[in-house]
Design a protein around this ligand. Structure first.
Ligand SMILES: [Zn+2]
Length: 307
């Protein structure tokens, strides 16, 4: 467990919380909400919502900062991804925050995975001892707009429970979000329609929900198992698979070393595309809508250029 506090080194600005459910802080609510990932902040969109991790960080391995503790200490509600995604960094912070409200099981702790469709739930026994960082199912579930809608609704319900006087307000914001998301999703699906069934390889298993929603076929992974770095023997198998099935695109997350992906790409005559798994992965990707806009535009361009 990495708990190397850089005391006073990085008392950084708050992460952006693009105001999606709630447009302005003028109507300031008293609730203080913290999420682990930017994606949840973007979906929660509460006044005062802050994310702990940066959008360009591997969400499995976020380095805790003292500012995290300060945020947690004063939070009324902590929203996490769950499914052990944050297990390497969040539990000690929650304990050390000394904040009784946000301890797991308390009223101010919300695990967003309960609202989402979860894929790749292991059959039988699988433990982290085997090095797999997805022991409870795939935790990258926010990369499906249908799950985004479900999560936003779940968060709105929770906020209403905690602050019933503002029920109408939260409901109205949530419905507005749903409407805008439905319109955007129709556009995204239309953009992706010509590429239904296209085969791709990804670095980490970040994209099963995305692939299901947009009908992509993920045929292999650069990691032999989630969280396990590439090995020469696995890489050779992957190259053979890609050649056999004529797969040209390698989708990688921005926080992985591009050396192996690049060499695979050159061996199969393909190309590497750096997709963003999180809001804030690039400065211009400031909310949940822009995340899909960014990834889909990049994918469409790559599909067009590889066939
Ligand atoms: Zn993962």
């Amino acid at each position: 467990m990495k708990l190397r506090f850089e005391l006073f080194a990085s008392f950084t600005a708050l992460l952006m919380a693009a105001m999606m459910l709630i447009p302005s802080s003028a109507e300031a609510k008293q609730l203080k909400v913290v999420t682990t990932l930017t994606d949840l902040a973007s979906l929660a969109q509460e006044v005062g919502v802050e994310a702990l991790a940066k959008g360009y960080q591997d969400p499995h391995f976020v380095e805790p900062k003292p500012s995290f503790l300060l945020k947690l200490r004063h939070a009324d509600l902590l929203i996490s991804v769950g499914l052990d995604l944050e297990i390497g960094w969040l539990p000690p912070l929650i304990t050390q925050s000394g904040n009784a409200k946000i301890q797991p099981g308390a009223n101010g702790y919300l695990d967003a995975s309960q609202f989402a469709e979860i894929l790749e739930i292991p059959q039988g026994k699988l433990t982290r001892a085997e090095g797999d960082v997805h022991p409870l199912g795939n935790p990258h579930y926010w990369l499906d707009p249908d799950n985004g809608r479900r999560i936003a609704k779940g968060i709105a319900t929770k906020l209403i429970e905690m602050d019933p006087t503002d029920q109408a307000y939260f409901q109205q914001r949530e419905q507005d979000f749903e409407k805008r998301l439905a319109a955007a999703d129709a556009r995204w699906k239309a953009q992706m329609a010509p590429y239904r069934g296209r085969k791709v390889v990804t670095y980490h298993r970040s994209w099963p929900n995305f692939a299901k929603h947009f009908s992509l076929d993920v045929v292999g992974y650069i990691e032999p198992r989630p969280g396990i770095p590439p090995t020469p023997s696995h890489t050779i198998e992957l190259v053979n698979l890609m050649k056999r099935e004529n797969v040209k695109l390698l989708l990688i997350e921005p926080y992985f070393d591009s050396k192996t992906p690049n060499s695979i790409a050159s061996m199969v005559g393909g190309r590497v595309v750096v997709l963003l798994p999180s809001v804030g992965g690039k400065p211009e990707v400031t909310d949940y809508f822009k995340l899909f806009d960014y990834d889909i535009n990049l994918l469409v361009q790559a599909f067009q250029e590889t066939k």
